[in-house]
Design a protein around this ligand. Structure first.
Ligand SMILES: *Cc1c(COP(=O)(O)O)cnc(C)c1O
Length: 723
C-alpha cells in the first residue's frame, strides 16, 4: 500500500487528484485550492480547522460521487489540478530568471528546529517556526532550490489550557501522522528509511519523513523507532520540552542526524543555512566528515565556513542555548571524537566563548565560528548583534564586526485575507500578483475605494468575533466548569467597538502587562460610553517560564473583573489558525517589547498586509517600517534611564496615543460611517507591508546576498572570530 493510500481513502476516479492536492501544503496558500476544499463540505471544512486530509477521510462518499458529476465543481477542480501539475514540476521562476548561471542540482539545505506551515501540522511554537515556514513557502514560489531539515515532534509544542484562576496548564495531544501531510521516506523495498546515529554510548535509530511544501521538500526526523528503548523513542516527541539534557540531544539529532540523512539520500547541498543556533551541530558534523576524509581541522573549518550561513534570531540571552562542554562531549560519544582524531578537543572548543566560562558550550559561538556568513533579522538587530557578539572578534570596532542583517518578512499568500486580495484584484488589477516586486504597484493601494476597504475590514472583524463565540461555546460545552470563563473568552465582545489585538509569547520582555499599569486609566479608556475600546489577548508562556505564566495569570484576572465590563478577552491556544483570525480581524495591532530586545517581530507585518495598523515601540522591524503615516510609534525612552522608568514612560506614551489620537480617529466617521482618516492609515499599512516586509523580498535578499554566490562557490567568507 502506498503511503498516500494509507492516508486518504478511495476517491471517485474523476477526483483522484484531490489526494495529491491534500498532501502538498501548497493548497494552503492557493486561494482556488482552499475554495475547492471548502466547496466539498463547508461545515466539515470548518470543523476540521481547514485540514483537507481529515476532510477527505470524513466526507460522505455519496457527496464525492455527486461532485464527480457536477460540471461546475469539475471545472474548478480541473483548474486547480492544472495549477498543481505546474506547481510540482516546473523549475521556472524568479530564481532561474535572476540567476540563470546557477544550477539547481545542489540545493540550499535549510535547517531549523521548528517549522510553522499550517495549524494542522503543529511542529512549531511561535515566531521562529512561522518564519521558517514562510521561508520555505516563498522558496517554492520563487523556485529556489531549497530543502528544509527539521524534527517531527509527535506531541507538537503544547496545548494551552488556562485554569479558572488564570494559571496556564500545558497539555499535549498526540499528532496522528495520518492526519498530516507527513509521508515516510521509503527505500526501494517500500520500507521507511532510517539512519543509525551514535549518541553517547549507544546507537539511536532515527526515522525520516517528508512533507511537500509546494516545490520544496521538508525532511523531518524522529526517534520513535521500535528499535529504540522507551526513553529514546520519546526524545523528539515534544518541542522545547524536557529541559536542557533533552534539548541537547534533540539538537544533536537535528544537526548531526540531518546531515547523515541527506548523505544517505544522496543529496548534496551546495549551501547550508542554520536558522538559529539550535541547528549548529550540522556544521560540526561536516567538519567531522572532512577530518575523517583526511583533512586537517583548520582546512575543514575553512571549507565548511565557505558554504555556511548562520542566522541569529534574538538578543535575549535565554534564546541562546548553552550546554556543559562535558555533556556535549558525552552526547557526541567516543566514535565522533575518534573521527576527529587528535583535534577532537579543539573542535569541541569551538563552542567555548573566550570571555566566559570555559566549561560551557555555546551553540551560537559554535555557529559564529563555523559559518562564514552571519546575519541578524532586522537592521536594528544587526547593530545589536554586532554589539552583543563583537568581542568574539577581539578589539575590532563594533561597526566592523562581520554580522549582517536581512530583515524578516511574511508570506503574503498565507497571511493576507482573501477579501483583501480580491480588493486588489479589482482596484489594482488582476495581475497584481505578478507585479508584487514593483513599488508602484503597492502605491496604487492608496487609490482603493475607502468604503469598500472598510466594508471588507468590518466583515473580517465579524468573522473573528463569530469564531471567538464559537470557540467559547465549544469549550463551555466540553471542558469549562465556570461561566466566568465564557466571559473571559470574549463572548461579550462587540463587533462595532474599537478592538486592539495583542498576541505573542508571554516572555516578560514583550511586556504584555504594559497596558495594565494604570488600571483606572485603562478602565476609563475601555468603558467610555461613546468610544468604548476592547482588548483581545492571546499567547502562550513557555512551560518553564514561571514569570511569563505569572504575567498571563495577572492579565487573565482582568478578563473577568466586572470593572472592565467584559471588554478584555483572553483566547487560549494561540496558533497559526488563531493568528490568521486576529491579524485579519482586529482594528489595531499592539506591540510593546522592551527596546532593544525584539529582534524583528513579524505579527505586525501580517496585520499590516490586512490593513491593520500597528502601534509599537520603536524596535525590531518597526524601526524600518514606521513612516509616520502607517501606524503609531511609542517614542524611545532616553538611553540612560533604568528599565522600570522606561516601562513607566512607555506606558504613559501608550495611554496618551490611544486616548488622544488612535481611538478618536477610529470613531471619527463620515456620512457613510467610514473613518476616512483611519482608512488612510490602513492603506499605508498595506503599502508598507507589501513593499518591504514580505518573505518574497526577504528570500530574494537571502538568495542575492548569500545563496546564489555560495552555490556558485564564489562568496568569500567573512573573517572568523579570533582564537
Ligand atoms: C507570526 C506568529 C508569531 C510571531 O509573532 P511576533 O510578532 O514575532 O511575536 C508567533 N506565533 C504565531 C502563531 C504566529 O503566527
Amino acid at each position: 500500500m502506498t503511503p498516500l493510500r494509507a492516508k486518504i481513502p478511495e476517491l471517485p476516479p474523476r477526483l483522484e487528484g484531490l489526494a495529491a492536492l491534500a498532501v502538498n501544503l501548497a493548497w494552503s496558500w492557493h486561494r482556488q485550492s482552499r475554495a475547492l476544499f471548502r466547496r466539498i463540505d463547508e461545515v466539515l471544512w470548518s470543523a476540521t480547522s481547514h485540514n483537507p486530509i481529515v476532510l477527505l477521510q470524513r466526507v460522505d462518499p455519496a457527496r464525492l460521487d455527486r461532485l464527480a458529476r457536477d460540471a461546475d465543481f469539475l471545472a474548478h477542480y480541473d483548474e486547480v489540478m492544472e495549477w498543481l501539475a505546474v506547481e510540482q514540476s516546473s523549475t521556472a521562476g524568479w530564481f532561474r530568471d535572476a540567476h540563470p548561471d546557477v544550477g539547481t542540482s545542489h540545493p540550499v539545505a535549510y535547517f531549523c528546529a521548528e517549522f510553522g506551515l499550517h495549524a494542522s501540522v503543529p511542529i512549531y511554537s511561535g515566531g521562529l517556526g512561522v518564519l521558517a515556514g514562510d521561508h520555505c513557502k516563498t522558496a517554492s514560489d520563487l523556485a529556489v532550490p531549497l530543502i528544509g531539515i527539521g524534527l517531527f515532534y509527535k506531541k507538537g509544542y503544547f496545548d494551552q489550557r488556562v485554569r479558572p484562576d488564570g494559571w496556564q496548564e500545558d497539555t499535549n495531544d498526540e499528532v496522528k501522522p495520518d492526519r498530516t501531510p507527513l509521508i515516510p521516506v521509503v527505500d526501494a523495498d517500500d520500507l521507511q528509511v532510517s539512519i543509525q546515529l551514535p549518541m553517547g554510548d549507544r546507537i539511536i535509530h532515527v526515522r525520516a519523513w517528508t512533507m511537500a511544501v509546494g516545490r520544496v521538500t521538508l525532511y523531518l526526523l524522529d526517534t520513535d523507532h521500535e528499535a529504540n528503548d522507551a526513553e529514546d523513542r520519546e526524545l523528539t516527541s515534544k518541542l522545547y520540552a524536557g529541559g536542557i539534557p533533552m534539548r541537547l540531544r534533540q539538537e544533536w539529532v537535528l544537526g548531526v542526524g540531518g546531515v547523515r540523512l541527506l548523505r544517505k539520500l544522496g543529496l548534496a547541498p551546495g549551501a547550508w543555512h542554520a536558522n538559529e543556533g539550535h541547528a549548529s551541530f550540522m556544521m560540526l558534523e561536516r567538519v567531522r566528515e572532512l577530518v575523517l576524509g583526511g583533512g586537517t581541522l583548520d582546512d575543514a573549518i575553512t571549507t565548511v565556513r565557505q558554504r555556511t550561513l548562520f542566522t541569529t534570531h534574538t538578543p535575549v540571552p535565554a534564546g541562546h542555548d548553552v550546554f556543559d562542554l562535558s555533556d556535549v562531549a558525552t552526547c557526541a560519544g567516543t566514535a565522533f571524537l575518534t573521527d576527529l582524531g587528535a583535534d577532537g578537543p579543539r573542535a569541541f572548543g569551538l563552542g567555548v566563548h573566550p570571555n566566559r566560562d570555559p566549561q560551557q558550550f555555546h551553540m551560537t559561538v559554535l555557529a559564529m565560528r563555523l559559518a562564514g556568513h552571519v546575519n541578524g533579522v532586522a537592521q536594528r538587530h544587526g547593530v545589536v548583534s554586532r554589539e552583543l557578539w563583537g568581542d568574539l572578534w577581539g578589539a575590532r570596532p563594533t561597526d566592523e564586526v562581520p554580522i549582517g542583517a536581512i530583515t524578516n518578512g511574511v508570506h503574503l499568500a498565507t497571511w493576507m485575507a482573501s477579501p483583501i486580495m480580491r480588493l486588489l484584484d479589482i482596484h489594482v488589477g488582476h495581475d497584481w500578483g505578478n507585479r508584487r516586486d514593483e513599488a508602484e504597484m503597492w502605491d496604487a493601494v492608496l487609490g482603493v475605494d475607502a468604503l469598500k476597504l472598510w466594508t471588507e475590514h468590518e466583515r473580517l472583524k465579524e468573522v473573528l468575533v463569530r469564531a471567538i463565540r464559537e470557540e467559547a461555546r465549544r469549550r463551555w460545552t466540553t471542558t469549562w466548569r465556570e461561566a466566568a470563563q465564557v466571559v473571559a473568552a470574549g463572548t461579550l465582545l462587540d463587533p462595532g467597538t474599537f478592538t486592539i489585538g495583542f498576541a505573542r509569547r508571554f516572555a516578560t520582555y514583550k511586556r504584555a502587562d504594559l497596558l495594565f499599569r494604570d488600571l483606572d486609566r485603562l478602565r476609563t479608556l475601555l468603558t467610555n460610553v461613546k468610544r468604548p475600546v476592547q482588548l483581545v489577548i492571546a499567547g502562550k508562556a513557555h512551560p518553564q517560564d514561571t514569570p511569563g505564566k505569572e504575567v498571563l495569570q495577572s492579565l487573565y484576572h482582568f478578563t473577568r473583573d466586572p470593572i472592565f465590563e467584559g471588554r478584555v478577552a483572553f483566547l487560549e491556544d494561540y496558533d497559526m489558525h488563531l493568528a490568521h483570525l486576529l491579524v485579519q480581524g482586529v482594528d489595531l495591532w499592539l506591540n510593546v517589547p522592551r527596546v532593544p530586545l525584539e529582534a524583528s517581530g513579524t505579527s505586525g507585518m501580517k496585520a499590516g498586509l490586512n490593513g491593520v495598523p500597528q502601534l509599537s515601540t520603536i524596535d525590531g522591524w518597526w524601526e524600518e517600517g514606521y513612516t509616520g503615516r502607517n501606524g503609531w510609534a511609542i517614542p524611545k525612552a532616553p538611553a540612560d534611564v533604568d528599565p522600570a522608568t522606561a516601562d513607566a514612560l512607555d506606558a504613559d506614551h501608550l495611554y496618551q496615543l490611544l486616548e488622544q489620537e488612535v481611538v478618536p480617529m477610529w470613531y471619527d466617521r463620515d456620512e457613510h460611517g467610514v473613518p476616512r482618516q483611519w482608512v488612510r492609515v490602513m492603506k499605508e499599512a498595506i503599502r508598507t507591508a507589501g513593499q518591504q516586509f514580505t518573505s518574497r523580498r526577504m528570500v530574494q535578499d537571502y538568495v542575492t546576498r548569500y545563496y546564489a554566490p555560495m552555490l556558485r562557490g564564489d562568496l568569500l567568507p567573512d573573517d572568523p572570530p579570533i582564537g
